[in-house]
Design a protein around this ligand. Structure first.
Ligand code: NAD
Length: 305
């Protein structure tokens, strides 16, 4: 199948691209390398250094490749940056996404699989783990822009029959996540701990996240290629606090790790976990990796680098 992957040089996009190439698909990657890396790009895929906000350049790719399916994974993913510069966040995550969806309709794409967020979308939720039908009250511009992209995709489905699968991820971690970025606590902790430094916790460390290993997220994307259309939480349903995360690192490494504490950051929810029942029922997706297993694999990968 001819598949276009936006953001295919990034953490999740490159892992998804590897799986698609591995399954024998004809893959084209569009990425502007803003956070993605050339070394992540699968050699079996064709790469275009194109910005999704550059309509003309993006259209050239759609016109020449005529993809059947698009995995739209490219985004501005930094929550803090979105708070500082909401207009830039919207430019990439809303305008860029609209370009991708509009061209998908124009060039006869059958299905779009959108990487969205469960962690930043729902806001502060009373009942956890949260289901897809819960109210959406993001506490960051990033959450707003990702939800806006979802709504545009729903609109293109409604009006033009574009098939769509929306995957709302928990906190994804694993090989290739940028440890020097602002996002990705597992990657940041792994680098600091392996460098012999103390990890920094923003706030008192009781804030919880639903951590999901990248291989599980890849599996969800592969299932979304042919699976039932819908909007799915992709998480484990488990809440883990940042303090517990440090304990897991201590156990996996067999030594005590002492974090440093600093003031909390705005734009971040205090507690979240995602109910994955719908993805299990409709997509046949269940996550395979426990957090200690995933952290061990992640540490091994960074050590081998
Ligand atoms: P990432 O930064 O590694 O990947 C994003 C990719 O998009 C990068 O390769 C970057 O260069 C590219 N990109 C950014 N702006 C672009 C533009 N204007 N034009 C073309 N390419 C552009 O981040 P990631 O963690 O792999 O995130 C991938 C997707 O998953 C994003 O849509 C993100 O919102 C979503 N997501 C991630 C997480 C997580 O925990 N990592 C959680 C929920 C949702």
């Amino acid at each position: 199948m001819k598949i276009l992957v936006t953001g295919g040089a990034g953490f999740i996009g490159s892992n998804v691209s590897d799986a698609l190439v591995g399954e024998g698909h004809n893959v084209v990657i569009v990425d502007n390398l803003s956070t993605g890396k050339e070394e992540n790009i699968n050699p079996g895929a064709q790469f275009y250094n194109v910005d999704i906000t550059d309509e003309e350049a993006l259209e050239d790719v759609f016109r020449s490749f005529e993809p059947e399916v698009v995995f739209h994974i490219a985004a501005q993913i930094d929550v803090r940056k979105s708070v500082e510069d909401p207009a830039f966040d919207a430019e990439v995550n809303v305008v860029g996404s609209v370009n991708v969806f509009r061209m998908s309709v124009q060039y006869g794409v059958r299905r779009v699989v959108l990487s969205s967020t469960g962690g930043a979308l729902y806001g502060e939720v009373g009942q956890l783990p949260v289901s897809e039908g819960a109210s959406v009250e993001p506490v960051s511009p990033y959450g707003v822009s990702k939800y806006c992209a979802e709504n545009y995709l729903n609109y293109f489905k409604r009006l033009y029959g574009l098939e769509r699968v929306i995957l709302r991820y928990g906190n994804v971690y694993g090989p290739r996540q940028d440890p020097l970025g602002e996002a990705g606590v597992v990657a940041i902790f792994t680098r600091k701990i392996l460098d012999g430094e103390s990890p920094t916790i923003f706030g008192d460390g009781t804030q919880t996240r639903d951590y999901i290993y990248v291989e599980d997220v890849v599996k969800a994307n592969v299932l979304a290629l042919e699976g039932k259309e819908g909007i799915y939480n992709i998480g484990t349903g488990k809440e883990t606090s940042v303090n517990e995360l440090v304990e897991i690192f201590s156990k996996v490494l067999g030594r005590e790790i002492k974090p440093e504490y600093t003031s909390p950051r705005i734009g971040e929810v205090t507690r979240i976990s995602l109910n994955g029942d719908m993805a299990k029922r409709e997509l046949g997706f269940t996550p395979k990796y426990s957090l200690p297993e995933g952290i061990k694999k992640t540490i091994d990968w960074y050590r081998g680098k």
